[in-house]
Design a protein around this ligand. Sequence first.
Ligand code: ADP
Ligand code: MG
Length: 254
Amino acid sequence: MAKIFCIANQKGGVGKTTTAVNLAAGLAERGQRVLLIDLDPQGNATMGSGVDKRALELSVYDVLIDQATIEAAVARGNGVGFDVLPTNRDLAGAEVEMVDFEGRETRLKQALVAVDERYDFVLIDCPPSLSMLTLNGLCSAHGVIIPMQCEYYALEGLSDLVNTIKQVSVNFNPSLSIIGLLRVMFDPRITLATQVSEQLERHFGNKVFRTVIPRNVRLAEAPSHGLPGVVYDRSSRGAQAYLSFADEMIERVA
Ligand code: ADP
Ligand code: MG
């Protein structure tokens, strides 16, 4: 049975996609069968996995509006070791089109049933909003991974996300929980980053992942080559951190 996780934070630019793509690559490198679902119409996780969003015949959009199965729409990431359910701008329209659908918040969940045996991990890269798309992700998942930067405003907004997750778990998906907070783009030379990091540990205890992802330019360069950092430069500090994170995830869900 696949373990399904959302990578979510309603803020943009906090490292969701980088985490989704590199965790997928790290888990694949550890021998896990992985499907990465790109739920952000920007399609960054699609492109970052080496799949051209401009050349898709089918995408997650077709799956959500019931025009295709996941099996039919899935693409094999180019040399990355995992499968991708890709997306493009079409997905932005799904939000509106789904308004009249019955059970619209569980469309993705329904579609995932058919591939449950095929994967060990399904990772869902969510858009920077608490929209119907994110709701579909949260309704499908067993847990949420929250990437965050250790800066002053990081905690602001976290309570909105935590409340949304509680609401979803009460109303739609009782098995949903927060797997953990992942500190990303961490720079230990910045005093405030260290302070916020300690504050997170005090406040959230073992809900904070041990692994800390450093700020690392190789991770930022990798998408322009259509590769996860873990594949682009395996020896870089960023890639090594994501490989450790993959090990920590395997340990947590075992
Ligand atoms: P989100 O999906 O939350 O919008 P992204 O993963 O796209 O965030 O990251 C935002 C930007 O920060 C991107 O340009 C990405 O390459 C860069 N970035 C993410 N993580 C790191 C890191 N650990 N070190 C350096 N740059 C990073
Ligand atoms: Mg993103």
